[in-house]
Design a protein around this ligand. Sequence first.
Ligand code: SAH
Length: 246
Amino acid sequence: MDKIKKILITKQGKKFYVRDMDKDFHTQYGFVKKEDLKKIKDETVLKTNTHKEFAIFSPFFADLYRKIKRDAQIIPLKDVGLIIAETGINKNSKIIDAGSGSGALACFLAHLCKEVVTYEIREDFIEIVKKNIEFLGLKNIKIKNKDVYSGIDEKDIDLVVLDLPEPWKAITNAKKALKVGGFLVSYSPSIPQTMDFVNEIHKNTNFVHVKTSEIIEREWEVEERKVRPKSRGIGHSGFISFCRRI
Ligand code: SAH
């Protein structure tokens, strides 16, 4: 994946991603000449040949993150937000993530934390994760081609996040990896998985279940006096269970 060099944005919020500054850049609103692209500084207003205006800026993590490759179902931002807020992870935190999938959650956490080790059993997914790590320029993620149900090698971990079909099978391994007080978070799309996971936690003397939540985000349209929820429905993603290692 080529690196994104600049972002063009219309006043209506439509974004375009410039990867090659040595070529004219074409959009549905006409094109910007490569000579104009080269001259830009932040705060330059660019005009296409049809006089459409774009503001321009260099990409932030949030811009790049939206463009990563996604083959497995990635965890949505609303749910990433809850995990970060509830666990209070920071630049000193060490995290285990399993399974990697497209590496979306692992990459977001690595952007904020000291170190992430992500476990994945499928080699085709590992290739996608590698590409995403490189695209985002992250240096603090390790990928392990290993079944997390068979063991976690790391110790002294602040947070273990599970996003896989049978999370209860990783509880004993998470216990060995986590610091006392550390968080075990499990993300499951369906209630039977959530139920089996939390019931196992209830039986386990090394964990307490803190809470299980679902985040419902409703986006609104705000245009002149047309101010109302967007008509697209609220999709379902997953239930998030938070536990502490004791
Ligand atoms: N959280 C990820 C998506 C995870 S999808 C993201 O945000 O991108 C679930 C992944 O778990 C799949 O890629 C699957 O191959 C992997 N997986 C399933 N069982 C596993 C196991 N026992 N150990 C490691 N990875 C596993």
